[in-house]
Ligand binder design. Structure first.
Ligand code: GN1
Ligand code: MG
Length: 366
C-alpha cells in the first residue's frame, strides 16, 4: 500500500489520495483504483505487464495519440470529453508512464464514475449497444493517420501464432503435450483454413484499419442507460483490421456460457446475440465497410475464437506463462470452452452468413 501510494504520487493527480484498491479481472496487467479526497476525480492506476508489452513507452504514445484523436471528435460533437473517451494522466516528470526502481511500468488514467462494466452480455439489447459502441469507436478512428507502434508483435496474425505454437509444442516445456492429443488435433485440423483467411489480410483484400484488438465486453464501459460510453483497455490499439474487433466481440458477447466454463453444455454461439451485436455494429459501419469486409465478417468470429483456442492451449503447454490463472488447469478449461464455442460457430456458420447479409441489406435501404 505504501509502495502503491508512492507510485501514484508520481502522477499529476488532483486531490490527496485516500485509498488504493485492486480492481477488475484483467488477465495481463494489475489494475487499482485510486480514490481521492473531496471532489477531486478518482483514478485508475495500472502496472503494465512488461513481459507482454515489450515497449510500454511506445504503447502509451499510441494510447495518447488515439485518445487525443477521439477527444477532438467528441469535442467537435459537443460531447463530454471526460466521459466519452479515456483520459491519460501523465507522470509529474512529463512522461506518459512512470518507471519504478524495479523497472516496472505504471500508468494512470482518469476513473470514469457512474458506469457499468459487464463480464457477460445477458440480453440482445446489450449486445446491440456493444456492437454500436465498437462500430462508433472504429468510425471515430476511420480518419486516424498517425503512425502507431506494434505493441505486441503479430497479435492477431495467425501465421505468427503458428510459429510460436510450433516452437511451444516442440519444446513441451511443462511436459503436458502427451495428454493433449485431442486438443492439438483440433488446432492442427483447422490450420489451413485459418491461414486462408489470414492471406486475405496479407494481400490487402481485407483492408488495414486502426482498431482496438481486444473487444471483449469487459473492456467496454456502459452508462446507466445502457449505452456505450467509451472503450477502455487501449493497450492493443494498433493497425489491424475491423474484422478482428468484430470477431473478438462475437466470441465474448454471443457465448451463451463463460469464456472459461467447465460446463460445456452451457457454451454455444447464441444466434439472437450474434444477430443483435451484428445489427448494432452494422448500424454504424455498414456504409463504410468494403464488400470483402462484409463477406468475411462472419468468419472473423471463427478466426478469433480459433486464435483464442490456440493461445490458451499454447500457454497451457508453456506452463502458464502468459495469462493469469486461478487454478492449475485454468488454461486447459479455457481452451476446451473456446473450442466448444468454435464448434458451435462452425455448425451455425451458414446461418451467421445469412444474418450478416440480411442486416447489410437493411442498412442499405435506410
Ligand atoms: C486478454 O487484458 P485482457 O484481460 O482484456 C488478452 C486478450 C484475450 C483475452 C481473453 C494483451 O485480455 O487478447 O483475448 O485476455 N490481452 C492480451 O480473455 O493478450
Ligand atoms: Mg481488459
Amino acid at each position: 500500500m505504501q509502495k502503491l501510494n508512492e507510485i501514484a504520487s508520481q502522477f499529476a493527480l488532483d486531490g490527496s489520495i485516500e485509498s488504493i484498491k485492486p480492481l477488475g479481472e484483467g488477465f495481463i496487467n494489475d489494475t487499482f483504483i485510486v480514490r481521492t479526497a473531496g471532489d477531486a476525480p478518482d483514478y485508475i492506476l495500472q502496472r503494465k505487464n512488461k513481459n507482454v508489452f515489450p515497449d510500454v513507452p511506445g504503447m502509451m504514445q499510441n494510447i495518447a495519440k488515439v485518445t487525443g484523436h477521439i477527444r477532438r471528435r467528441v469535442e467537435a460533437e459537443a460531447g463530454d470529453v471526460l466521459r466519452e473517451v479515456l483520459t491519460v494522466v501523465p507522470a509529474k516528470n512529463g512522461e506518459l508512464y512512470y518507471e519504478d526502481e524495479d523497472g516496472e511500468y505504471w500508468a494512470v488514467s482518469l476513473f470514469i464514475d457512474g458506469t457499468i462494466a459487464y463480464d457477460r452480455a445477458d440480453t440482445p439489447a446489450l449486445a446491440f449497444k456493444g456492437g454500436e459502441g465498437i462500430g462508433k469507436f472504429q468510425a471515430q478512428l476511420a480518419d486516424f493517420r498517425e503512425p502507431l507502434s506494434e505493441t505486441i508483435k503479430g497479435f492477431h496474425d495467425i501465421r505468427h501464432r503458428f510459429n510460436q505454437w510450433d516452437a511451444s509444442v516442440k519444446a513441451d516445456a511443462a511436459g503436458r503435450v502427451k495428454d493433449l492429443a485431442e486438443e492439438i488435433r483440433a488446432v492442427e485440423s483447422r490450420r489451413e483454413r485459418m491461414l486462408g483467411f489470414k492471406k486475405l489480410v496479407e494481400e490487402g483484400v481485407i483492408p488495414p484499419r486502426v482498431t482496438h484488438n481486444d473487444t471483449k465486453i469487459s473492456n467496454i464501459l456502459f452508462d446507466k442507460e445502457g449505452n456505450v460510453l467509451c472503450v477502455i483497455d487501449l493497450d492493443t490499439v494498433m493497425l489491424s483490421t475491423s474484422l478482428y474487433d468484430f470477431g473478438d466481440a462475437i466470441r465474448s458477447y454471443a457465448n451463451s456460457g463463460d469464456e472459461d466454463d467447465r460446463d460445456l453444455g452451457r457454451v454455444s454461439l447464441s444466434m439472437p446475440m450474434f444477430e443483435a451485436y451484428t445489427d448494432g455494429f452494422l448500424s454504424q459501419r455498414a456504409g463504410q465497410l468494403t464488400q470483402s469486409e462484409i463477406d468475411n465478417l462472419a468468419f472473423s468470429a471463427l478466426y478469433i475464437t480459433y486464435e483464442q483456442v490456440l493461445r490458451f492451449l499454447m500457454d497451457y503447454i508453456d506452463g502458464d506463462k502468459y495469462y493469469k490463472i486461478k487454478y492449475p488447469e485454468h488454461n486447459l478449461v479455457r481452451t476446451c470452452a473456446q473450442l466448444r464455442l468454435l464448434e458451435s460457430m462452425e455448425e451455425q456458420y451458414p446461418a451467421m452468413c445469412e444474418t450478416v447479409k440480411r442486416l447489410v441489406e437493411k442498412y442499405k435501404t435506410v
